[in-house]
Design a protein around this ligand. Structure first.
Ligand code: NOJ
Length: 540
């Protein structure tokens, strides 16, 4: 079977469409408990459908004690009561599918909550049948930790001692998230059954949380050291991730996911690099994997160009790129890249993300330019912020309630919202932007439509164009019958751009821009762009 069925298929939802990540806790609350729920998502499906999304990815909605807000699962095959019931989930699937929206589940299979029944058993004694579900080691010298592995959350040892069984267990994240032992055949089987459970229910795809960490060195060797300011980065992570067993497991996951045709599987690559994307994706491996350099890139056309070029260097018929500017772990791009209240830069970033060759994954609130919220130390709930304040303020600020309207809690909840809403919600909200033809929301929606209506943006090849101007990112998307040129001026100053590289393309019949009043005529082989103008021209 060919990996990339696009070679044979005209349409593929996960390749041609736009994915929208929902952080369910913060999206829409229908029962007034201050936490979003499945019924809230169902109530917003018309909104999502009208906006143009093809799939939603739900951050975890499984039962969880929420030490890491759902990324510490205590039951893989149920829905947490705070979000609803399995029946609500079935309704969500049905309603989403009726609107042609696919549903992607977030699978957190590297670790469970220490409140998972398996761990309750595992910690009791070395002889307990569940003990080997986790990674245990005897104490090292003088009763100390078994090796130098660190937790990425605390920057301290990743080992936690349990008196009852006299051993340490390993946790890459919080101590409330114990890493499971994928070498244990029973664990392996349990995890594969999780894919089947949700796949059989009708789910269309999976996002795999830190999948490349499933296996750790079987000899538990300490990582070699290197120089860096942050303790976790002071090690080369040779032995705590990307172990050789990963190659077999991604193949098995792919086979399992393929039991439901057209299913998608995208990996969240821990300590991501393009090398890892190349290693884990392909014909018989994952369909896609994130590379987070894009979320850390500065506002620099050249830097983004370099990243895009790296995606383009991957084998085109085997690996389909995926572009993500925002998620629940990073500072919102509005605050990272934007300039104050001005949304023009954000429009440039949106045009880039949605019109590149690859799947764009948007994050709730990105479409209205939600800014990062700032929390006082005592308000911080995220373990990363709790452990690392003031060096890291945690991730609560990118997980604030969705700003739907100018009512109480921005229309998110009638109760006391679990997390602070951004104070700008009375002005910056969906309702306010929906009917404004110049709003960021309208621009996103138009971009999505542009992508949908023009094959060049879905399956077309991508050619980076040398624009003669370091502030302008230019690329051409091309199918056999259509060409689309995207010119993005990252600078506030006007720019003159040479089009000599694309002079072969004729009949730019359609033009689209965030500044339509400033579209210039082509003079010989060049065109003028206004400051922070995104200009798209479509021709043959
Ligand atoms: C990656 C997730 O994106 C993050 O939110 C979570 O804290 C860790 N994995 C642990 O599951």
């Amino acid at each position: 079977m060919s990996y990339y069925p696009g070679k044979n298929k005209d349409t593929l939802w996960w390749r041609d469409g736009v994915i929208y990540q929902i952080y369910p806790r913060s999206f829409a609350d229908t029962n007034g408990d201050g936490i979003g729920d499945l019924k809230g998502i169902i109530g917003k499906l018309d909104y999502l459908s009208d906006f143009g999304v093809d799939a939603i990815w739900l951050s975890p909605v499984y039962p969880s004690p929420d030490f890491d807000f759902g990324y510490d699962v205590s039951d893989y095959k149920d829905i947490a009561p705070k979000y609803g019931t399995l029946d609500d989930f079935r309704t969500l699937l049905k309603e989403a599918h009726q609107r042609n929206i696919r549903v992607i589940m977030d699978l957190v299979l590297n670790h469970t909550s220490t409140e998972h029944p398996w761990f309750h058993e595992a910690r009791k004694s070395k002889d307990n049948p569940y003990h080997d579900y986790y990674l245990w080691q005897d104490p090292g010298k003088n009763g100390g930790v078994p090796n130098n592995w660190l937790s990425v959350f605390s920057n301290k040892t990743a080992w936690e001692y349990v008196k009852e069984c006299g051993q340490y267990y390993y946790h890459m994240f919080a101590k409330e998230q114990a890493d499971v032992n994928w070498r244990n055949p029973r664990v392996h089987e349990e995890m594969m059954s999780v894919f089947r459970f949700w796949g059989d229910l009708g789910v269309d795809g999976f996002r795999l949380d830190v999948f490349n960490m499933y296996f750790k060195d079987d000899q538990f060797r300490s990582n070699p050291r290197k120089f860096h300011l942050i303790p976790f980065n002071r090690q080369q992570h040779l032995y705590d991730c990307d172990r050789p067993e990963m190659d077999g497991i991604v193949q098995e996951i792919r086979q399992t996911v393929d039991e439901h045709p057209d299913s998608y599987v995208v990996g969240e690559t821990f300590l991501s690099t393009m090398e890892k994307v190349r290693r884990y994706c392909g014909e018989d491996k994952l369909k896609a994997a994130f590379n987070f350099s894009y979320t850390h890139c500065q506002w620099d056309a050249g830097a983004f160009r370099k990243l895009i070029a790296e995606w383009e260097e991957l084998e085109k018929d085997k690996i389909w790129p995926v572009y993500v500017l925002n998620n629940h772990d990073v500072i919102r791009s509005t605050t990272r890249l934007g300039l104050g209240e001005n949304d023009e830069r954000l429009k440039i970033a949106a045009a880039m993300t949605i019109l590149l060759r690859g799947t764009p994954v948007l994050y709730y609130g990105e479409e209205i330019g939600m800014r990062q919220t700032r929390l006082k130390r005592k308000e911080i709930m995220d373990p990363v912020g709790k452990y690392n304040w003031p060096f890291h303020q945690g991730r609560d600020g990118c997980r604030a309630p969705m700003q739907w309207n100018n009512q109480k809690n921005g229309g998110f909840s009638s109760g006391k919202a679990w997390n602070a809403i951004h104070p700008d919600y009375p002005e910056r909200n969906v309702n306010a932007m929906l009917h404004d033809p110049k709003s960021l929301w309208t621009f996103y929606k138009d971009l999505i439509r542009l992508r949908k209506e023009n094959r060049a943006f879905q399956t077309g090849d991508l050619q980076l164009i040398d624009s003669d101007n370091e502030y302008v990112l230019a690329f051409l998307r091309k199918t056999g019958t259509q060409s689309a040129l995207v010119l993005l001026n990252f600078s506030q100053l006007p720019a003159k751009v040479s089009l000599s590289e694309v002079s072969g393309v004729k009949n730019w019949s359609r033009k689209f821009s965030n500044k339509p009043e400033k579209i210039s005529a082509i003079e010989k082989d060049s065109i003028r762009l206004a400051g922070e103008q995104a200009l798209v021209m479509i021709g043959r």
